[in-house]
Design a protein around this ligand. Structure first.
Ligand SMILES: [Zn+2]
Length: 344
């Protein structure tokens, strides 16, 4: 695993943090929890940004999979991958001086060194979340989205969480609560994901929302290939999953979007934002509302939009192919919808 880092956005402790200019560092995609509730605080323009740290090569090598069981016909040996993923418990134990226990579900592999009850919570949350993805996309829940299992790494202390992020993933997670990591963005490489959680980041409800948000990013980072979605859609889907998980968050997010709609004459610039731009809390409401509106208009069309984008179509073309209208029309409909969104 020799990932580079293409961060999109990060947020934590009720603020968003920028991570500009990353193509240089290229490789994996990380995202931190965006369940920000309070007023967001964007860093000043030109603030440095993406918190990179020097990885520990030996540890990183130890964490890397030794085999993917690749065959001549280009398929990966899923059992070999999962066996290697399980071996990572030992690496994590050495890194932290603790014991990481395994909890396995159909699509996820959970490694944690906290009270087993914590891992049990994640085990209880993750499969219904996966089922939600499948249901939203009209997808067979048995379909393979990633290789091996999606790993959930649960760190019992902030120090362990930050240590792992720095030494293995090569990022400074000092202000994050959680993030996801696509281990190799190369399309030919297996789609391997791990999500890291700082269990001290918040209460049970916060952790569940973080799981939904990061789980959403992780899912859509590899669903129908590794092509990256535009920022508004990537964050919008992650927020949509959070609200799907906790519906009581919806009115507040729509209210934020409505406020922003009043003060923003055009979303044109917004749709073009580079993937590493910073979103404010209000903009999280905005992206949620856009996805909510599009989903409500038509789920099959929404799926078509995602599929077209994943096929590499420019977003204007993808939107036209799926919904039959352009971005100005989407904005017009979104404003009308915001004035009277359906009550769910
Ligand atoms: Zn996010």
């Amino acid at each position: 695993m020799t990932p580079t880092v293409i961060p999109t956005r990060l947020s934590l402790r009720n603020r968003t943090a920028a991570m500009p200019g990353i193509a240089l560092l290229a490789g994996a995609i990380l995202l931190a929890g965006a369940a920000a509730a309070a007023k967001s605080e964007a860093p000043p323009p030109g603030a440095p940004a993406y918190p990179v740290a020097k990885a520990d090569k030996a540890l990183r090598d130890a964490f890397a999979l030794r085999t993917t069981g690749r065959t001549a016909v280009g398929t990966f040996g899923q059992a070999a991958i999962v066996a290697e993923q399980k071996r990572r418990a030992g690496v994590l134990g050495e890194l932290t001086g603790t014991t990481f226990r395994l909890t396995e579900t159909r699509h996820y592999l959970i490694l944690g060194d906290a009270d087993p009850a914590q891992a049990a919570l994640f085990a209880r949350w993750c499969e219904p979340l996966y089922a939600n993805f499948a249901q939203l996309l009209g997808m067979d829940a048995g379909k393979r989205i990633w290789d091996g299992k999606c790993m959930l790494l649960l760190f019992n202390t902030t120090r362990e969480f930050e240590d792992f992020a720095r030494r293995v993933d090569g990022v400074d997670a000092g202000r994050w609560r959680a993030y996801y990591y696509l281990e190799d963005v190369n399309k030919e490489a297996p789609a391997l994901l791990h999500l890291c959680f700082n269990l001290k980041a918040g209460d049970e409800r916060t952790l569940q929302n973080l799981m939904a948000h990061e789980g959403g990013h992780a899912f859509f980072s590899v669903y129908q290939g590794k092509t990256r979605l535009p920022l508004w859609l990537d964050e919008g889907l992650a927020e949509y999953m959070t609200v799907y998980n906790e519906a009581t968050l919806r009115p507040a997010k729509l209210a934020l979007a409505a406020e922003l709609a009043k003060s923003t004459p055009s979303l044109r610039e917004f749709f073009e934002r580079p993937a590493n731009s910073v979103l404010t809390t209000e903009e999280y409401g905005l992206v949620f509302s856009l996805v909510d509106c599009l989903f409500e208009t038509s789920r099959p069309k929404f799926k078509k939009l995602i599929d077209a984008l994943k096929d590499g179509k420019p977003q204007a073309e993808a939107l036209a192919a799926a919904y039959g209208f352009d971005f100005p029309e989407l904005e017009k409909r979104w404003r009308a919808w915001l004035a009277a969104p359906s009550a769910k």
